[in-house]
Design a protein. Structure first.
Length: 168
C-alpha cells in the first residue's frame, strides 16, 4: 500500500513502444504471486533488469509505454519487481488505468527521454515534479488527481471500493 506520494530511487531506462507482452511475456501469466511475476519482468527484452532492480527503483520509458493487450499482470510484475513508480513520455490508456487500479503510480513526463539510466530521481506525484537528486534538474509532469491519489493511497481500486462501499 502507498503511504506517501513522493518516491526516490534509481532509474532503470527503457525505450519507446514497450508492450505488455515485453513487460511480462505471456508464458508467465499463470504465476500467482506478484513477487514471482516481478522475477520475470522484461525478461526477454532486458534480461538483467529484474535481477539488478532494487526495491524503490523507478522505471522510466519513452512513448506509448504499456501498449498491447490489456492485462493487469504487466503493472503487477513491475510492482513485484520492486519498482515504486513508472515514468514515461506517454502511456497506453489501458496500461495507465490498470496501473492505478492495482496501486502502481504512473507519471507522464514528456521529457522522459532526457532522463539517463542510473540517475537518482525524486518523484512528487502531488505537485507533478520529477527532480534529479544530484543535479536538481526538474521535469514537469501532470500531478495525479485527488481521486487517483485516493485510489493509490488505498492500495488500488478494489481496496478503495471495499473501504468506501463498507461506509454505506
Amino acid at each position: 500500500m502507498i503511504h506517501a506520494f513522493s518516491f526516490t530511487g534509481k532509474v532503470s531506462k527503457l525505450g519507446n513502444n514497450i508492450d505488455t507482452d515485453a513487460i511480462l511475456p505471456a508464458r508467465f501469466l499463470s504465476i500467482s504471486t506478484e513477487k514471482e511475476l516481478g522475477e520475470h519482468l522484461l525478461e526477454d527484452l532486458e534480461p538483467e533488469l529484474a535481477k539488478n532492480a532494487q526495491v524503490g527503483d523507478i522505471l522510466v520509458a519513452g512513448e506509448n509505454f504499456g501498449c498491447g493487450s490489456s492485462r493487469e499482470h504487466a503493472p503487477l510484475a513491475i510492482r513485484g519487481g520492486g519498482f515504486s513508480c513508472v515514468i514515461a513520455a506517454s502511456f497506453s490508456r489501458l496500461f495507465f488505468r490498470n496501473s492505478i487500479n492495482i496501486g502502481l503510480p504512473v507519471m507522464v513526463v514528456p521529457e522522459a527521454a532526457d532522463i539517463a539510466p542510473g540517475t537518482a530521481l525524486t518523484v512528487d506525484c502531488i505537485n507533478g515534479v520529477v527532480r534529479e537528486v544530484d543535479s536538481k534538474k526538474e521535469y514537469a509532469c501532470t500531478p495525479l488527481s485527488g481521486f487517483v491519489l485516493e485510489i493509490l493511497s488505498n492500495g488500488g481500486l478494489i481496496p478503495y471500493l471495499e473501504k468506501n462501499l463498507l461506509k454505506k
